[in-house]
Design a protein around this ligand. Structure first.
Ligand SMILES: N[C@@H](CCC(=O)N[C@@H](CS)C(=O)NCC(=O)O)C(=O)O
Length: 232
């Protein structure tokens, strides 16, 4: 059984979708990052960088409990455990890993900074807004050119690379990141295809009522972006 430490954000959605895709039994452990629950020592013992998502597999590789943090590593772990969304062919598997790493190293961090400066930063910082918006558009261009050639990011088959990237490109995120999706028609086509999958819809629905966009309270801002982040 998988214990899923989760809050409904783009990184959290990845593992919520994956657990639905691979149909493993799981137990939900909400970690309310607006209320600072990510700093609880019992959670930091599982996720040393105090970020969701994380999992504990109660029947890990040696039959012992095994904890995994970092969403990309969790997707790989669940894919390998179930042999789903994970090609056996080495060349195909490395297509998946390249696009997964592209998401983890580029899309997530840059879109995250873009979202912060567009929507959450208490000061207007035009240079940062412009820089991260430009970087986000450049990354959309890379995705769009790839998806002009292939059905899914890693090729003909849906994979964990799509699971990782989809939540960062949903319409709600496009709006927050000031992205005009009509300029990226292949991303739009792919996004609509992925959004139509029943497992994706079930994953996105997990704790959806707790999804908060807009102005966080002062305490929530402090927990997610402010001084509490730097106490540890
Ligand atoms: N690289 C990490 C990033 C995870 C991450 O940034 N999670 C955010 C929510 S999307 C979080 O837990 N924020 C709480 C905090 O920063 O304290 C991953 O992909 O798992």
């Amino acid at each position: 059984m998988i214990r899923h430490y989760y809050w409904p954000t783009p990184n959290g959605h990845k593992t919520a979708i994956m657990l639905e895709e691979v149909e493993l039994e799981y137990e939900l452990h909400p970690v309310n990052i607006l209320e600072g629950e990510q700093f609880d020592p019992s959670f930091v013992a599982i996720s040393p960088n105090n970020r969701i998502p994380a999992i504990v597999d109660t029947e890990g590789p040696d039959g012992e409990p095994y904890a995994v943090f970092e969403s990309g590593a969790i997707l790989m772990y669940l894919a390998e455990k179930t042999c789903k969304l994970w090609p056996t062919d080495m060349a195909e598997r490395y297509h998946v890993l390249q696009w997964l790493m592209f998401q983890m190293g580029n899309v997530g961090p840059m879109f995250g900074q873009n979202g912060y400066f567009q929507g959450y930063c208490p000061e207007d910082v035009p240079l940062a807004k412009e820089r991260y918006h430009n970087m986000s558009e450049q990354l959309y261009g890379v995705l769009d050119r790839r998806l002009a050639e292939t059905e899914y990011l890693a090729g003909a088959a849906y994979s964990i690379a799509d699971v990782a990237t989809f939540p960062w490109t949903m319409p709600r995120q496009q709006e927050m990141h000031r992205i005009d999706i009509s300029q990226f028609p292949n991303v739009r086509r792919w996004n609509e295809t992925v959004a139509a999958r029943p497992a994706v819809q079930r994953g996105i629905a997990v704790l959806a009522e707790d999804m908060k966009v807009g102005n966080p309270t002062e305490e929530a801002y402090d927990n997610m972006f402010g001084s509490r982040q730097f106490e540890h």
